[in-house]
Design a protein around this ligand. Structure first.
Ligand code: FES
Length: 129
């Protein structure tokens, strides 16, 4: 049974793919769709349409258990603040096995506060500061 683990708070969830309905948060069984299904919020301003970068997550383990990145995700991810070699868009990567991931630190307060607004205040550092 695949398991996703959110390292920011250590919560993890096992699931049977056939039993998880598509919640409409990006691709079915994407990291974002699963996260929302299990009740932890990842920002997703465009609703999972690969048209923003707010669902940016960093994969710490299990990259091989996600579907490969397609050109649309790659192009969009290029615009993400704090991009790393292990970054993915949560709405686009479909989970096939165990995955450990974190939400970037610039957006972590948003998670702990339970959502409600888009917190991009510190996402793009101001070079003039
Ligand atoms: S929610 Fe907008 S790209 Fe994933």
């Amino acid at each position: 049974m695949p398991k996703i683990t959110l390292l920011n708070d250590g919560s993890s969830y096992e699931f049977t793919p056939e039993l998880v309905p598509h919640g409409g948060h990006g691709k079915h069984l994407s990291l974002l769709d699963l996260a929302e299904h299990f009740g932890f919020h990842i920002e997703h301003a465009c609703g999972g349409a690969c048209a923003c970068t707010t669902c940016h997550v960093i994969i710490k383990k299990g990259e091989e258990n996600l579907t490969p990145m397609d050109d649309d995700e790659m192009d969009r991810l290029d615009m993400a603040p704090g991009l790393t070699l292990r970054s993915r868009l949560g709405c686009q990567c479909i989970v096939k096995g165990d995955v450990e991931f974190e939400i970037p630190s610039w957006n972590v307060n948003y998670v702990s506060e339970g959502g409600g607004s888009i917190n991009l205040g510190d996402a793009i550092p101001n070079p003039k500061k």
